[in-house]
Design a protein around this ligand. Sequence first.
Ligand SMILES: Cc1cc2nc3c(=O)[nH]c(=O)nc-3n(C[C@H](O)[C@H](O)[C@H](O)COP(=O)(O)O)c2cc1C
Length: 252
Amino acid sequence: MIIYYSATGNSKWIANQIAKGTSDTAKSLTTLVRQGVTPESLVIKDKIGIVFPVYAWRAPKVVVDYIKRLNIPEGVYKYAIATCGGQAGKTMKYLNKDFPTDAAWSLLMPDNYIRMWDINPKEEMLKKINSSKEKLPKIIDAINNKQHVIDVEEGGWIAPILSGIVNWGFVTFLNSAKGYRTDDTCTGCGVCTTQCVFNNIYLDENNRPVWGDKCNQCGACIHNCPVACIQYKNKTQKRGRYNLYRDYKGDK
Ligand SMILES: Cc1cc2nc3c(=O)[nH]c(=O)nc-3n(C[C@H](O)[C@H](O)[C@H](O)COP(=O)(O)O)c2cc1C
């Protein structure tokens, strides 16, 4: 079984490619959580993989909280794949405390953190997607042979600082949905309400989305709005939106 968490398709795509190559099934964490499927109820056979985006140089808390409750029988092969826009930092070191892996990889994919900066230019996105695509056969082969591999781009000497104090500041001060709003182009379609792993978005009496308190800044609501009407404060009006499945056709 593969469990993936994905706001804009990068981790979903990687998970689906790995599932194809390893004759496995990929399940969306957001769907599992929204449908009330508990981790304890999942039956894990000979291997379990998790695929997720790096958030502030660590695995998202919602992922860690879910996978640490899985019933994993002795001897099951455990692997993790982190997708990231730049570097993974000490993501895997921290993850190992709750999910000790036999193998771990990081893969560079388009950056989706538009609360802070713009999406990557098209050429850079394609370069990242293609270089990750080239790495997949080797990863699939390693998983099929249950190899012990660690291939993670941590980012050098600064990695412990980024995954330590910087992650703490990020989670403590920035994990909030305050600042999201829609502009006049909102059609009230409600797609945004279906995206959030925390079920944190609902439509008011005028069919406009309202955000509650729980948010890990994943970007699913803002990137997956069909008319790009969601803004974060006054920062995102001129920034692009991204979803791998929407913006890149091809072997998905
Ligand atoms: C809240 C947030 C924090 C992020 N932090 C990092 C980071 O620390 N390092 C990094 O390289 N990329 C970071 N990114 C970029 C994502 O990890 C990257 O774009 C990922 O592939 C998105 O995956 P998804 O499409 O499956 O959601 C961050 C993105 C978000 C939304």
